[in-house]
Ligand binder design. Structure first.
Ligand code: UDP
Length: 331
């Protein structure tokens, strides 16, 4: 049996590929390399450059490699970009996912794992947020992912398909063995930005808003180590293969840190100061977003192993240094 990973050249997908290979799985990656990198894909996996909505390509790979499960990461993820160009997000995230699900159903793949997001909730709910909270996404990005969840639910009702949708909170860090990490240039995520600033890749960074209704006035997020996140996917795969029913589960640790706390952790782990400037709020940011992760723990038997902000930051910093070395070696 082989697992098809879409978006396997990207940040989370490339960690997934290593997680699967470490567990002895065979892996085929389909990635259009629009954001990911071919060098990020473990050499033991087969990387096919192509579009996830190319039915002939994907259907052919499923049959040729006896694929029994699809783990679907490929998609666009930048919230403000989705506000500016919503139709691109609905095409890339929703329409292409529809085609991929159809291809999987037609090729008789029975197991589907989907990368969803806490953005399906919106920001105004009770914390920590449970899966059955109100779904009021505030951006086209969140809606494009929620529609994909709904398509999966309906397809699973109608066909011989079971799925797990995992709603990610704030994914950060890098492979503890240094094999892959967050490599996207111009990334906007807090821990990546703070690490880049600490290492001098940026002259300064900004804190987006210090007047929120939180303990120190800055936004609180549930940061989860990418290694724990991809382990949750592998457990979901095992569970589906063993006949488990379709579920939607949060992936976060269940506690949050403020922007100031994250910056303090980067200073502490890096062992040096860097220029941080307080700025205005960023549109669309909720004050606090923290997961209730009981369902993933119970249903998947998920036991996070790197639930420690300093550990997340240490792995992110180590990868940032590695990127620096790799980029200077490339000239
Ligand atoms: N943030 C910040 N400065 C940055 C990047 C992010 O203050 O350079 C804040 C952002 O406003 C939010 C938190 O850090 O409150 C997490 O943002 P991120 O973009 O990492 O993830 P999001 O929660 O938006 O998905």
């Amino acid at each position: 049996m082989t697992v098809l990973v879409t978006g396997g050249a990207g940040y989370i997908g490339s960690h997934m590929v290593w997680e699967l290979l470490d567990a002895g799985e065979r892996v085929v990656v389909v990635d259009n390399l629009s954001k990911g990198f071919d060098w990020a894909v473990a050499p033991e996996a087969l990387l096919v450059k192509g579009d996830i909505a190319d039915t002939d390509l994907v259907g052919g790979l499923i049959r040729e490699h006896a694929v029994d499960a699809v783990i679907h990461f490929a998609g666009s993820i930048v919230v403000p970009e989705s506000v500016a160009d919503p139709l691109a997000y609905y095409r890339n995230n929703t329409c292409k996912t529809r085609t991929l699900i159809e291809t999987a159903v037609q090729a008789q793949v029975r197991n589907f794992i989907f990368s969803s997001t806490a953005a399906v909730y919106g920001g105004a709910g009770i914390e920590p947020v449970e899966e059955n909270a109100r779904l009021e996404p505030e951006s086209p990005y969140g809606r494009s992912k929620l529609m994909s969840e709904w398509m999966l639910r309906d397809a699973a009702d109608a066909h011989d398909l079971r799925y797990t949708a995992l709603r990610y909170f704030n994914v950060a860090g890098a492979d503890p063995n240094g094999r892959t990490g967050q490599s996207t240039p111009g990334a906007t995520h807090l821990i990546k930005v703070a690490c880049e600033t600490a290492l001098g890749k940026r002259p300064f960074m900004q804190v987006f808003g210090t007047d929120y209704q939180t303990a120190d006035g800055t936004c609180v997020r549930d940061y989860i180590h990418v290694s724990d996140l991809v382990r949750a996917h592998r457990l979901a795969l095992q569970r589906l293969r063993a006949g488990g029913d379709s579920i939607v589960a949060n992936c976060g640790y269940g506690h949050g840190y403020s922007v100031f706390e994250v910056i303090e952790a980067v200073r502490r782990v890096h062992g040096g100061d860097f220029d941080v400037r307080n700025g205005p709020r960023r549109p669309g940011d909720a004050a606090s977003v923290v997961a209730n992760s009981d369902l993933a723990r119970h249903e998947l038997g998920w036991m996070p192993q790197r639930d420690d902000l300093d550990l997340i930051v240490a792995d992110a910093l180590a990868w940032e240094r590695r990127l620096q070395t790799m980029n200077s070696a490339r000239g």
